[in-house]
Design a binder for this molecule. Sequence first.
Ligand SMILES: [Zn+2]
Length: 456
Amino acid sequence: MQNTVVSRMLICEFLQESNSFNPVLCGPDCFSSNDINQGGALLQSTEMNGETIEGILHTLKVRGVHSCDGIYMRSKSGGPVKQEVIDDFLQKMLTIIKADGPFEGVIVSLHGATISDKSTDVCGDILQSIRGWVGPKTIISVSCDLHANVTNKMMCNSDFICGYQTYPHLDHYSVGCRVATLACDKLEGRTLVNTRVTIPVMAPAHANNTIQGKLRNLIERGHTLIATGKIVDFTIFQVQPWLDISEIASCVVVTAENKEASIMYAQELAQKLFQFRLEIQGSKLSSIDEVVRLALQNDSGKPVVLVDSADSPNAGACGDSATVIKHVLKYKDSLRCAVTVLDKNAVMKAFSIGVNNKADFLLGASLAPKLSNPVLVKNAFVKSLIGGTSRKRSIKKFGTLCCNCNRICANFDYVKIRKCRRFTVLSGVWNRANVVSTGFCESVFFTTGELRSNFI
Ligand SMILES: [Zn+2]
């Protein structure tokens, strides 16, 4: 009888994109609403088609490496995480490592831009802790979002860091495959060197993507380098702009079979990104009055979609600003528009007075009263009350969607609001989808005029 020793790798996940301008801390509740998994539940799950973890699991299985279950915690984007949440994650990870270790590798799924009320480098802290527990010889391979802030501490405490290569993000599964492949290659003795080159560039997220333009060309250059065998992996990290912290930068991370190649090609890609830094800044944002004026001039017969990017829940903002409502109220007789605002008290009031009744509503600034002011809407009519929580079903109401690996992407180009006789001003279809996913009952769908649509 032959005895074979199977290599084991520990898998874990801590996902949260932080917005340091949001004063509302992200506590345990933010994570528990997305399930905190421990034990075999996630590894057995059949409901994560297209997730990073699934890409990791598939790759390890193909490579004959046994997957071991760590802790999986994820939250929607939000304010800084309460340090107690990070401490709890690390304590549970330490318990698993002590009980089930040693492992040949640890594969860590992170967002990469997470802060807490005590630290501006949570991802670096997590990797440093894990490195301290598993020792210098154990492989640590890390997956991140394309908008990660890859810090020095993260680099020093990991072997590999891979990020999404698409924005909008469509490659969650493949980044899992990449990060696990690098770990398995190194485990089998392949020499691989990871190099990061930071770039003093920060671009607004609304202004660029990897579907077109210079950023797409740069990504294609990276793929060509892989296809021609010059490098093994690369990520162009475009750091998200909602972090007011001291160590922050975009960067390029390249993995190659030798140090010279990893440095040379990381520098090449970084220099190219620096050269077109001004082109990815996008056009100047307009004031609310300016865009409403432009919307009023619209005679295309199609709706106008406006995005309040300063209060984007998908970027970790509260989503409780009623500032847009304040500006469109004066056009309420001539403009049909719809705006969402997160306001639990207003929703409770609407439920208490019931459908088809009227009342004065004070909307907005319910979570971050220092960032915006509430707006009084007099004699508002409660048209409907909905308690649904189904994310996909709710999103589908808002327009044509493309679905990739169970990830829903609402492309603004395809948003169509049927039966609007004139046009609709809508604050952030994408953002609304996010609000819906986190508790539809807490958001108010404010409208002026009678919307001839299937919104509500
Ligand atoms: Zn991102």
